[in-house]
Each structure stands twice: as C-alpha cells, then as structure tokens.
Ligand binder design. Structure first.
Ligand SMILES: *[C@@H]1O[C@H](CO)[C@@H](O)[C@H](O)[C@H]1NC(C)=O
Ligand SMILES: *[C@@H]1O[C@H](CO)[C@@H](O)[C@H](O)[C@H]1NC(C)=O
Ligand SMILES: *[C@@H]1O[C@H](CO)[C@@H](O)[C@H](O)[C@H]1NC(C)=O
Ligand SMILES: *[C@@H]1O[C@H](CO)[C@@H](O)[C@H](O)[C@H]1NC(C)=O
Length: 320
C-alpha cells in the first residue's frame, strides 16, 4: 500500500462500543474521558490523502470506532494526516476535537510507521519521546500509538530494539500520564513469537513496560500468505514460521487478553497479505469471545478504504 508520502504502517518491506461518555468528567476537559476508554477498542488509522479532507474525516464517517489515529508523526516531524492536523488552526482543531468527543471517538497520533527506523538510525529514545510528547500536547491529541517497525534492529537479536522501545515507552509515559493520555503499541504479530528474537521480542517489552501500555493494536497481516488467514491460524495456532503468535497464544504467553486487539487490512489493497473478508473476521472475533471471553476489539488499516461499513460488519457478531 502506498500512501501519499509514505509506505504506511501496513506495508512492511520484510519478507517484508463506542464508549459513550454518559457522565463526562469535568476535571479532564482537555482530554475528555481519556481515562474512561475501556475495551472493546475499535481503532482506525488515517494516513491516505483524501481529496477535500484536511485533517481527520468528519466523525459521522467513523461510526462504530472509538479511536482514530492520525498517521504519522516521524522522528523528523509530522507527515501525511499528522501534518494536515498540525497545519489546521487551533480553533479548527478544537472544533474537531469537540465533534469527536461528542461522538465518543478519541483522536490520537501514530508514531514512526514503516518508513522510520529509529533504533537503526541512532535516535535517542528519551529525546525522541520528549519531542513527540511535546507535539501531542501542542497539537492537542488524546495520545499516541507506537508503530515501531525497525525490523533490522529487532532481527539483530541483540536486545537493542527491545531496550530502545522500553526506554522510549517509559519516557513517553512520563510526559503523557496514564488516565489522561492513551498510549498503545502496534507490533506485528510475529514479534510475540517466543524464542524467535534474541532480545526477547515483544514478550520482553511487555514484561518490562507492559504496565505503561494501554493495549496492543497487533498487525496480523503482511507476515506471509498463509499467516493469520483462518480463524484457527489467527486465534489458536499460528504456523511453524511464527509459532505461538496467534491471538490466544500471545495471551497464553502472559500478555493480558484484554489488551490484544486484532489488526487487519481494510481491503486486499491495504496490505500484501493477511486480508480476511469482514464476514470471516466477524466470525473469528465471535469465536474468540465465546471461547475465552476475549473482548479487546479490532483495528483496521486504513481509512477511507475501511470506514463505518467495515467496522459494522466486523462487529456484527461479537459486538453488535
Ligand atoms: C535504556 O536505558 C538504560 C537506563 O538508563 C540505559 O542503560 C540503556 O543504555 C538504554 N538503552 C537504550 C537502547 O537506549
Ligand atoms: C484526570 O486525569 C488524572 C491524570 O492526570 C487522573 O489521575 C484522574 O483520575 C482523571 N480524573 C478523572 C475524573 O478521570
Ligand atoms: C480453537 O481451539 C479450541 C480449543 O481447542 C477449539 O474448541 C476451537 O474450535 C478452535 N477454533 C478454531 C477456529 O479452530
Ligand atoms: C499447530 O500448528 C503446527 C504448525 O503448523 C502444527 O504442527 C500443530 O499440529 C498445530 N497444533 C494444533 C493443536 O493444531
């Protein structure tokens, strides 16, 4: 998938309920009810240029979602939808934030994406986190999604990627406190495979800083043509290439099921592979819920290829 400027989140080159706000807390007006967002989470990324839309789409086009992620804020600064948001006026941003809050939708910014390789490039995790957190506050968004995709650093197996992500997350959380700001991560599913990464992969990251991460928007796509394409492969048993990385297997490795959000491409054009028709995905989510009580939700890459209709269909069985 090629976006206006960037290869998006979805496009790795390796192998390449609405939570209504019935009683909104008055005390956290600048981030209305950020602290009250509970699963299920329904998150959509916006990176693609949409003619006539500067910044995020009208909230009316995001019915059924409760988080929209402006993509991306890079180490070099804002790009694509994040740049459009930055270029709006304060009053335009305030109006949109109010519209989103009234619709029960959080507006966050996605960091890095597949074009940014902060560990390999030698960026300092603490300074990078402080700079990005300052952007979050200056441009008034509800939090961040860490789309770290530095595959070379991870594959090196020396633990530097995991340490970088952990240090970055700590520094980010120090600036963006829990209960006020959303802080999620968007790892690819294989990064949860036990014993595949010398540095311990995302299981190591979860064991060190998982308590600072609200939930994981897991990319169950772009990982091979046979990966995560059936309910069994998505939920129970991933292939021998990436063992132990199906949803419930990640849960069995110790990551709370309530934090494991299933991420999928909106259409076949939004990823190299890993697409599931909405009816299949809906039935898988229903199975996961019935089997274990899982209720974390779904993530999709990307608006406008997915919109209200996509999430309505995906939610139809487990989260009508
Ligand atoms: C992470 O922080 C620790 C403690 O400050 C430091 O020793 C380590 O070098 C840092 N690692 C990276 C990759 O930044
Ligand atoms: C408001 O945010 C603070 C963190 O800054 C948090 O401790 C507090 O619980 C929040 N209040 C409400 C009513 O959500
Ligand atoms: C997953 O495993 C459970 C328990 O073994 C089984 O009941 C269920 O049918 C499996 N789901 C799929 C989609 O194969
Ligand atoms: C899980 O998948 C592996 C690899 O494809 C296979 O060898 C194994 O039999 C499967 N386990 C179950 C319980 O289906």
């Amino acid at each position: 998938m090629l976006s206006k400027v960037l290869l998006g989140l979805a496009c790795c080159t390796w192998l390449q309920q609405i939570v209504a706000c019935p009683v909104c807390p008055q005390s956290n007006e600048s981030n209305p009810s950020a602290s009250t967002l509970q699963p299920p989470y329904f998150l959509i990324y916006g990176d693609k240029f949409v003619s006539g839309q500067s910044g995020p789409p009208p909230a009316s086009q995001l019915q059924g979602y409760n988080v929209y992620a402006l993509s991306f804020l890079l180490t070099s600064g804002a790009a694509d939808k994040a740049m459009e948001w930055q270029q709006l006026s304060d009053s335009q941003r305030t109006t949109i934030k109010q519209e989103y809050a009234a619709a029960g939708i959080k507006l966050i910014v996605a960091l890095f994406g597949s074009t940014d390789t902060p560990t390999s490039s030698g960026s300092d995790p603490v300074a990078t986190a402080q700079k990005m957190a300052a952007w979050v506050k200056k441009y008034n968004v509800d939090g961040v999604d860490v789309d770290y995709e530095d595959f070379n650093a991870f594959n090196a197996g020396d633990g530097k990627a995991e340490a970088w992500v952990a240090n970055f997350t700590r520094a980010l959380r120090a600036e963006l406190p829990a209960g006020t700001y959303i802080l999620t991560h968007a790892p690819v599913a294989p990064w949860f495979s036990p014993n595949k990464f010398g540095g311990g992969g995302y299981l190591k990251i979860d064991s060190t800083v998982g308590n600072m991460i609200d939930w994981y928007n897991i990319q169950f796509y772009n990982q091979g043509v046979n990966e995560y394409t059936t309910c069994d492969g998505l939920l129970n048993n991933s292939t021998s290439t990436w063992p132990g990385s199906a949803l419930l297997q990640i849960g069995n490795s110790g990551v709370p099921l309530s934090k494991l959000v299933v991420g999928k491409p909106g259409t076949t054009a939004d990823a190299n592979n890993g697409y599931m028709p909405t009816s299949t995905l809906a039935s898988c989510l229903q199975k996961a819920k019935e089997q274990t009580g899982w209720n974390a939700g779904a993530m999709v890459w990307q608006y406008p290829n997915a919109g209200s209709q996509w999430i309505k269909e995906v939610r139809s069985l487990a989260f009508p």
